[in-house]
Design a protein around this ligand. Structure first.
Ligand SMILES: Cc1ncc(COP(=O)(O)O)c(C=O)c1O
Length: 388
């Protein structure tokens, strides 16, 4: 007799087209993996040392589920400094990466019969978390104009019905590099007020920007904090993907609900990692400036090379460390990414991994050393040239 006691909400989650690429790339020792959403720079030493020191000093016990008060207050100070928005400690929860913040926020708002509208192409966690909570993910793709992506309010409005509980938007965006303006954020907040929805704003790339110190945050726009949940992270800003540290900000009532979920899923983020987070926020601005200078150079290098190849269309990302480009004649991004990997050993993420609006683009993560990027671009150029 077969044992099929698994919930369909989980078994319904599709495997990402990225898995096949990543699995093959991992089995090819000489491959260069530009398919992941992380930098290959190590965590800066001042952060690693702070975690080490914290462990030696005895920060090795459970903390409050919502995290150390000092860390929540350091997060509040950073939000105030960057966006002029006031949050107190009861309006912030520290989580095991932004991933936990996103899942717990969706868990707090979505159940069977509900739907959430996701501005796409987007990171797969949103749709999958909505599905895992028994809800229906709906997509409102950005509009493409040449190689640029534009917000389409009508599409978002058209996807909303009386069962819509949440609008999920990521800015700066993975994978497109699209960044919402303050005015667009105001429009989305007005729409959310009208339709009585919550906005889940994923702002993990807020400091990975090129023309501004920080991307605009919904936090500076909403009047009713409970209308908004911001998910944010240390992963991208401080090259701390493996440490698993993030947070959510919202009204106190929503944070209490999220905290209940988190308490029985992960409990608190690791104590020494939280202490390191305090130091990252306090002393990290010089590091961020350095990271941004590095990424600016990589962005130029990648854009120059890609736009120099006939039939390749790309625009500069306003934020994040991705180039999301199309190649004339390519319609199936997963098949094409596989072909490129086999031919050139360069692993790219297929646009189809990011839902409606993602096809037929390819995502290249340029948060890597100059030499790696140069080598990758050389190999890619050779692989892409026959496309002409
Ligand atoms: C848009 C976006 N949100 C959230 C995450 C997850 O962040 P964390 O490492 O903090 O869980 C990622 C990671 O790739 C991401 O690209």
């Amino acid at each position: 007799m077969t044992l099929s006691l698994m919930r369909p909400e989980l078994t319904a989650v599709p495997e990402s087209p990225l898995v096949q690429i990543a699995t093959l790339a991992e089995s090819m020792p000489a491959s260069i993996k530009l398919c992941y959403g992380e930098s290959d720079l190590p965590t800066p030493a001042f952060i690693t040392e702070a975690a080490h020191q914290a462990a030696l000093e005895g920060h090795t016990f459970y903390t409050h589920t919502a995290g150390y008060r000092e860390l929540r207050s350091a997060i509040a100070a950073k939000v105030r400094e960057l966006h002029g928005a006031e949050y107190d400690e009861s309006e912030i929860i520290v989580t095991v990466g932004a991933s936990m913040a996103i899942y717990a926020a969706i868990r707090a708002c979505i159940g069977p019969g509900d739907n959430a509208v996701i501005v796409s192409p987007a990171y797969a966690i949103y749709a999958n978390a909505v599905t895992m909570c028994g809800g229906e993910p709906r997509f409102a793709p950005l509009r493409r104009s040449n190689a640029a992506y534009l917000l389409d309010l009508d599409r978002i409005d058209g996807a909303i019905d009386r069962n819509t509980r949440m609008l999920i938007v990521n800015s700066p965006s993975n994978p497109t590099g699209f960044m919402l303006s303050i005015d667009e954020q105001r429009d989305l907040v007005a729409l959310a007020e009208r339709a009585n929805l919550r906005i889940l704003a994923d702002e993990v790339y807020e400091r990975i920007t090129y023309d501004v110190e920080a991307a605009p945050s919904f936090a500076s726009v909403v009047e009713n904090k409970g209308r908004l949940i911001v998910a944010n992270s240390f992963s991208k800003t401080y090259c701390m993907t493996g440490w698993r540290l993030g947070w959510a900000q919202s009204g106190a009532e929503m944070i209490r609900a999220i905290t209940t979920g988190v308490e029985f899923m992960t409990s608190n983020a690791a104590a020494p990692v939280q202490r390191a987070g305090i130091v990252a926020l306090r002393d990290g601005e010089a590091w961020i400036a350095q990271l941004r200078a590095h990424l600016t150079a990589q962005r130029t290098q990648v854009l120059d090379a890609l736009s120099g190849i006939d039939g390749v269309h790309v625009t500069a990302p306003s934020g994040s460390f991705f180039a999301f480009f199309t190649v004339e004649g390519v319609t199936d991004s997963a098949a094409f990414a596989l072909r490129i990997l086999r031919e050139s050993g360069i692993a790219l993420a297929p646009g189809s991994a990011f839902g409606p609006g993602g096809e037929p683009a390819l995502r290249l993560c340029f948060a890597s050393t100059e030499r790696t990027i140069e080598e990758s671009l050389d190999r890619l150029r050779r692989s892409l040239l026959p496309q002409r």
